[in-house]
Design a protein around this ligand. Sequence first.
Ligand code: PEP
Ligand code: MN
Length: 653
Amino acid sequence: MIVVLSQGVSVHDKEMVRIYLKDRGFSLREQALGEDEIIAASGKGVVDIRELSLLPGVERVAATSKPYELASRETKAEDTIVSVGGAAQSTGLVKIGGSRISVIAGPCAVESREQIMETAAMVRESGAVILRGGAFKPRTSPYAFQGLGMKGLEYMKAAGEAQGMPIVTEVVSPELAVQMKDITDMFQIGARNMQNYELLKKVGSLGKPVLLKRGPSATIEEWLLSAEYLLASGTQDVVLCERGIRTFETYTRNTLDISAIPVVKALSHLPVIVDPSHAVGIRAKVSSAGLAAIAAGADGLTIEVHPRPDEALSDGPQSLYPEQFERLMRDIEALAPVVGKELLRTPLPSHGGGAHHTEILTKAGDSEERGDIPAAFSGESGAFAEQALMRVFGEEASRLRCPSFRAVFDAVLDGSAMAGIVPVENSLAGSVHENYDLFLRYPDIAIVGELKLRIVHCLIGDEKADLDTIKIVRSHPQGFAQCRDFLDKYPHWQLEACNDTATAVASIAREGATKVAAIAGEAAAKIHGLKVLRMGIETNPLNYTRFVIITRRIGDKVSVPPSLGSEPPNKASLVFSVPDTPGSLFACLKIMSERGINLSKLESRPIQGQPWRYLFYVDVNIPESEGTFDPAIEELKTKTEDFRFLGVYRGSL
Ligand code: PEP
Ligand code: MN
């Protein structure tokens, strides 16, 4: 029986609960379970649950019908999210559980420093977020390669750090657990050791995350009882791993128990991942089994990958070639939305991509927020996004120039930028779908502000150029579309598309040609030392782009840069999907309508991987009257399927 104590329970009340339980013959253990402080009471004592529930300091009593209590969903209804790594600056924090799919990959065994370094780089490139590898290998034969031991663990740590990935490795004895504690980010309990209770108790007591493999002949209940050992010994972070069980079938190495996934997800709040490599044992069948596991609701996979599987010292036949792993990751990414999840990506270390190719443009001595940590935008110097950024953060603000919108999200996520700015909509051309999609892929990024920027296009060229010398015009396709009427007057001009308008200007600056011009903003001309040949050439002068300012969520908190002001938010951006039944969208809109909540935007986007199903992006104005908005959102959540808050912020006029 688990007694969940109220938040901030007094020492006195806690003691009274303890005495009450002890007097009735229970032995007690106190610990945390998620956010809750609990007393786990075991033994044959008898108690009146209603009476116990009414004691001061008692939030609720969970009397489970299962022999495992801490691991049971009856004790904790919400999914546990396990965090791995992140302590050292060099490895990112990886979360397992909830709406993410987290993929662990690496070789079966660490064979040499070079091998683990090479493999880590390959799996990281394809999107793995945790590096696996055995340093201590429990092998069926005593003559088989037994692993490099502590040396192997050190190599693995170095490989993880080089790629910004936490590591997980198998521990085979309580003594080694102590030695490995400060090196590994997560312990793996191997299938053979699932019922080694002394090992479970020791590893659990070290408080680190644990990946608990299911024993080859363990029932689901035995497996959950092993998880209970870990939880009862002190760790809160247990990830269950189905890796195939022994059956009469001998074609595959083991039989992947797919049905265990939905069964365990119902019985327990702990995340469940799947190891199709050891389950199937045949390289060509691993990816299909992995995808099936994701479809069945697994929170992630652990996959064996080797740069040259034929030379592997262990489990070569089941290790994927890096190209196969890359393909599998793409398939998982496509499948994830079908089961309402996202493939978790974490920022690559700065030398490996992500904020790669970024450049700090200005280092202002007195930049306001967080010293000189810049705000990120995508594009060349002089891009409209940079103009928007300077409007928000000031002309002198340090700026991080990124090669893509995605790199802006990465820079904000990994902290190399304190904020980012990305366009979401143009008044003539409509939404920038790429950024809407990125919000879904980066659940830890929030919108904290917005800015509408008037877009005035100019024809820009060399000092010596004029309209008669021009033969080629470069711009972003949007630039051409927005200046159609002007361009129609010069049908002989050849149009060349560039990634963004400022890039078009930069290319002329480099070439210095009189026959090439660009369509971009005035600022780009100034920055690149070029001349504005014609100003205001856009067809419709009412041409605005709406940018949003993004920062990182840390837990439930979102930091709002001081330059956005402290006025209360009056706008919220939400995304949701609705059941495929008549009137389901209407039911959502009705909630808003009945409460007088104004919708400023409603747009649908196809859900990737689910043809003809849509996500709705909604911007709403938050009413000033208190107590209207929050209940509306709570009700909305009951009518929607996948609901996400992109942010609550002060809208610009
Ligand atoms: C492993 O993951 O390297 C391993 C040995 O797996 P299992 O314990 O599931 O056999
Ligand atoms: Mn293996």
